[in-house]
Design a binder for this molecule. Sequence first.
Ligand SMILES: [Zn+2]
Length: 209
Amino acid sequence: MADAVPGTVTDDQLVASGGYWAKVIPKGSVLRIVDLAGKQAVDFLCYNARDPSERYNAADTMKYAGTIFLTEGHGIYSDMGRILLTIIDDTCGRHDTIGGCCSAESNQLRYKEEGTPNCRDNFLMALADFGLGKKDIVANLNFFMNVPVEPDGGMALVEGFSAPGDFVDLRAEMDVLAVISNCPQTRNPVNAYNPTPIRLVIWKPDNTN
Ligand SMILES: [Zn+2]
């Protein structure tokens, strides 16, 4: 998969099932998120790396795209009306902008189980390395997570469409801090009840300096 990028790989990491990751993607470089086994939700936050008080804004991103389902060609925007990332390739075609991330507290409320592994704690551990914390967690994007919305407004977290090896390519339009929780959820179908590893490749397109 990493060998197939049209550019030079500068970072290539496997993130274990239930693991987390955070890195700065330099402007012009691309983050490829590979759903190795398929049907794996990848919870995602992003910030202006030079001033993380500027961060992903879900509502504005949906308004600019004119849809809640982001795919190739759509921008991922900050709360300052600036583009953080562009989705330049997407082999899956279905990602979620409204379902948010799982937390120990929401799992307790919904599934009556305490102390479950969860994306919110993953985000907090990943953000801590960059001096960020609870106040920096906003409504997040979920790659490969399937949250259909029905005509009557009904919504649900259901099994994803992604096949093994599906990926998205996100080109950084500024230096972007990208933060990922490889969702450990086993109590609803977003990971097909079987969380699996993902691969994260940072690559530099051949046509940039
Ligand atoms: Zn989760």
